[in-house]
Design a protein around this ligand. Structure first.
Ligand SMILES: NC(=O)C1=CN([C@@H]2O[C@H](COP(=O)(O)OP(=O)(O)OC[C@H]3O[C@@H](n4cnc5c(N)ncnc54)[C@H](OP(=O)(O)O)[C@@H]3O)[C@@H](O)[C@H]2O)C=CC1
Ligand SMILES: CC(C)(CO)C(=O)C(=O)O
Length: 312
C-alpha cells in the first residue's frame, strides 16, 4: 500500500518506521527542512525500544510535493495548527479514492479536513502510542500503544476495518471503534490533564501521578470535558475515563513519557496545541453556558508560559 505520512515529526516518524518495516511503500512529508535533509542524507534514525536503528524511507519537503504518485492512504500527523496548510500542500498526492486518516490530538479536526477531502474518504481516530524527536532526523521510541479509528463517511465501515488491519499488520495495534467521538473525547481528557499539567509542573506523567492532588485535578478536568461532550451527544463515563487517564501514570508503560506539549513548549519553545484541547473545551463551555474554570485556567497558564518562553 502506498502510504504518505503527512507530518513526519515524532509520531509521524514512529508510524512511518513501523509501517515501512511492515512492508508498506511509505513516503514521509514534512515542513522542517533540516529534518527532511537529515533523513534524506542519513536515513531516519531511531532508538527503537533500546535498539539503535536506521530506516531508509523516501522523504519530501512539504513545499515541494509533486503529483507524480498518488497515495492510497495519507496519515495526518502534524500539530493541530499546521493541519490546514498540510492538507493544502499534499493535494497533489490525493486521488479520487485516497483515504485520509487523522490521528492528531485535539477535538474537532474533521471540521478542517472536510474543507479539503470528500467525507467518504475521511477516517478519524486517536492513538496511545508515544514518540519523541531527539533532533533533525532522529527519534526516540519506547513503550506500547494502540490506535482507534472510524470512518466518517457512510458505508465506509469495511474500509475503516481494513485500515485498522493494515496498521495492525505493522504492529500498531489498531482497532475499529463504533463510537470514535467518545474515543476522541476520552483521549482529549488524557491530553487535557497530562499535557498541560506536566508542562506547567515540569514533570513526566508518572511524577505528576505521584503527587497528592493529582487525582482530584484529573477528576475535575474530566468532569468539565464530560459536561461539554454531553452537549455534543457524547456521553462520557467519567469513572472509566479517569481510570484511563490515570493508567498513564504507570512508569512501566508510558509514565516516563514527557507529553508532546512538554516537548514542544519546554524542550523546544514552540507554540502548543492547548487551544485544540482545554482551550476547545473552554470555548465550547462558553457556547453551551457551562462553567469550565479548570480548563480556562490551564489554557491561560499554558499561554502565559508560551509568552514567558518566547514560544514560536
Ligand atoms: N509525541 C507524542 O508522543 C504524541 C503526539 N500526538 C499528537 O500527534 C500529533 C503530532 O505530534 P508530534 O509527532 O509530537 O509532533 P512533532 O512536534 O514531533 O512534529 C510536528 C512538526 O513540528 C515541526 N517541528 C517539531 N519540532 C521542531 C523543531 N525542534 N524545530 C523545528 N520544527 C519542528 C515539524 O514540522 P514543521 O517544520 O512543518 O513545523 C514537525 O514535523 C500532534 O497532534 C500530537 O498532539 C499523539 C500522541 C502522542
Ligand atoms: C502520550 C500522550 C497520551 C500523553 O498525554 C499524548 O498523547 C501526548 O504526548 O501528546
Amino acid at each position: 500500500m502506498k502510504i504518505i505520512i503527512a507530518g513526519a515529526g515524532a509520531m509521524g516518524s514512529r508510524f512511518g518506521i513501523m509501517l515501512h518495516r511492515g512492508g508498506n511503500d511509505v513516503t514521509l512529508v514534512d515542513g522542517w527542512p533540516a529534518h527532511v535533509e537529515a533523513i534524506r542524507q542519513n536515513g531516519l534514525k531511531a532508538n527503537f525500544n533500546g535498539e539503535d536503528i536506521t530506516e531508509h524511507i523516501p522523504v519530501m519537503l512539504q513545499s515541494e510535493v509533486k503529483s507524480d504518485t498518488k497515495a492510497d492512504l495519507i496519515i495526518l500527523f502534524t500539530k493541530s495548527m499546521q493541519l490546514a496548510q498540510m492538507l493544502q500542500d499534499v493535494k497533489p498526492l490525493i486521488a479520487e479514492n485516497t483515504k485520509i486518516l487523522c490521528l492528531l490530538n485535539g477535538i474537532g479536526h474533521e471540521d478542517t479536513i472536510e474543507k479539503y477531502i470528500p467525507m467518504k474518504n475521511i477516517f478519524i481516530g486517536n492513538t496511545m502510542w508515544t514518540a519523541g524527536l531527539v533532533g533533525p532526523g532522529e527519534v526516540k521510541l519506547f513503550g506500547n500503544g494502540s490506535v482507534e479509528l472510524q470512518n466518517l463517511g457512510q458505508d465506509q465501515e469495511d474500509a475503516a476495518k481494513d485500515l485498522a488491519k493494515t496498521l495492525s499488520e505493522s504492529g500498531l495495534n489498531a482497532k475499529y471503534s463504533d463510537n470514535i467521538h467518545y474515543s476522541i473525547y476520552r483521549k482529549a481528557c488524557v491530553n487535557g490533564t497530562m499535557n498541560c499539567l506536566c508542562s506547567i509542573l515540569d514533570v513526566n506523567m508518572a511524577e505528576f501521578g505521584a503527587t497528592k492532588p493529582a487525582h482530584d485535578i484529573v477528576v475535575t478536568v474530566v468532569n468539565e470535558f464530560a459536561a461539554v461532550a454531553k452537549h455534543e451527544g457524547v456521553d462520557l463515563d467519567v469513572k472509566e475515563v479517569v481510570e484511563h487517564v490515570e493508567s498513564c501514570f504507570d512508569p512501566d508503560t508510558i509514565g516516563k513519557h514527557y507529553p508532546s506539549m512538554y516537548q514542544d513548549l519546554i524542550n523546544n519553545h514552540r507554540l502548543t496545541e492547548i487551544d485544540y484541547i482545554n482551550g476547545a473545551v473552554s470555548r465550547k463551555g462558553k457556547k453551551y453556558n457551562i462553567p469550565t474554570p479548570y480548563c480556562d485556567l490551564l489554557t491561560q497558564l499554558i499561554h502565559c508560559k508560551e509568552d514567558i518562553l518566547g514560544a514560536k
